[in-house]
Design a protein around this ligand. Structure first.
Ligand code: AHM
Ligand code: MG
Length: 345
């Protein structure tokens, strides 16, 4: 008997490479640049994960000895993460520029390399103050199509609203390393199998649970909050006429806090406060933190708000612009908007 021709079946194990290619097949006219870009981000994630897991061993713990553009102490792993993402992407001809939380200005593509059609914005190592305590940290990214026609990328290419994103997501370096991303067709999560060095699809078509479970905020800053945010927090605790009573969790790494919110349900928020007069709109940055995470959560059925409207609608005016952030279940985040509209005029 001649051997049977194998039939095409659903693959048992889907690597991130295969998944990205399967996504690309939905767009027959695509150049493949976005596919390769996403794959390079996954590769950067593997390199950063391997470094963070050795953080206590190599001479990489602690401060690199200088401040970043936000006036914060730069950790050595921040430097490594920034360099890794930059070096994997500077020469590929896919990007016309990059922008990072750790760089004051737009990061140009070196002259000897071609400029491409996309823009990459990223926070190379979010939550890095937690590194010394072996707490989960992460990388956040978003990809936009350039607006200018050609040549080096310009400010107009970077300052786009979240509605213009073509892909976004994050990596969380926790008890395992995960990559969660979306190209606007649902959210998928991949877990790094360290024994084979591959991201495998572990969480297909992620949806935020209907039932909210946790609220997540730095409650140590309550004295700096507005009346609306204070009352909202009491509502989450079951007061102010609320029928829900949520548990509180706060890691202090946005990626990890939003990751838990995405899979566990609830709300993560970092509101505007009066703690630092230089940061009246809170600590988190619109482009590198709020927008990509809001994009992921909305793609998973949730909602991201500034407290007064959708984060994705905000048109950035400056590279390092900050914004209040409320991210989680649609109804729970919507309630924050109600309290803020009522009490914080
Ligand atoms: P970073 O990008 O410098 O690490 O700062 C952002 C981090 C977020 O991950 C986290 O949500 C927030 O800072 C925690 O700030 P705080 O310590 O004020 O609660
Ligand atoms: Mg950050």
């Amino acid at each position: 008997m001649p051997p049977e021709t194998p039939k095409a079946t659903q693959p048992g194990v889907i690597t991130i490479e295969r998944h990205i290619l399967m996504e690309q097949e939905k767009f027959p006219d695509s150049s493949g640049a976005l596919t390769s870009l996403l794959y390079d981000i996954a590769l950067a994630g593997k390199l950063i994960a391997s470094r963070t897991q050795r953080a206590g061993l190599a001479d990489i713990l602690g401060s690199a000895g200088h401040e970043n553009v936000q006036g914060e102490d730069v950790q050595k792993l921040d430097v490594y993460a920034q360099r890794t993402i930059y070096q994997l992407n500077d020469h590929t001809g896919r990007l016309c520029c990059m922008a990072s939380e750790e760089s004051k200005d737009i990061i140009p593509i070196p002259e000897q390399y071609p400029n491409g059609e996309y823009v990459l914005v990223f926070d190379p190592l979010d939550g890095s103050t937690n590194i010394d305590f072996n707490v989960a940290v992460g990388t956040i990214f978003a990809i936009f199509r350039r607006r200018s026609k050609s040549g080096p990328g310009r400010m107009e290419d970077v300052l786009q609203s979240g509605r213009e994103i073509v892909a976004g997501g994050y990596l969380v370096y926790g008890s395992s390393t995960m990559l969660v991303y979306t190209t606007g067709h649902g959210v998928n999560g991949f877990t790094l199998d360290p024994s084979i060095g591959e991201f495998l699809l572990s969480h297909p078509n992620v949806r935020i649970p209907d039932q909210a479970k946790y609220y997540s905020v730095n409650q140590g800053y309550e004295k700096y909050w507005t009346e609306g945010v204070r009352r909202y927090t009491r509502w989450l605790q079951g007061e102010e006429g609320s029928s829900m009573s949520l548990s509180q969790r706060y890691i202090g790494s946005m990626v990890a806090d939003v990751h838990r919110t995405l899979f566990g349900g609830g709300v993560f928020y970092y509101p505007a406060d009066t703690k630092d007069p230089k940061k009246p709109t809170g600590k988190l940055r619109l482009l590198y933190e709020a927008v990509p995470m809001a994009y992921v959560i909305e793609q998973a059925g949730g909602y991201g708000s500034t407290g007064r409207g959708p984060i994705l609608d905000v048109k950035p005016e400056a590279l390092h612009q900050r914004t209040p952030v409320f991210i989680g279940n649609r109804d729970v985040v919507g309630k924050a908007e109600e309290f803020i509209a009522k009490y914080d005029r």
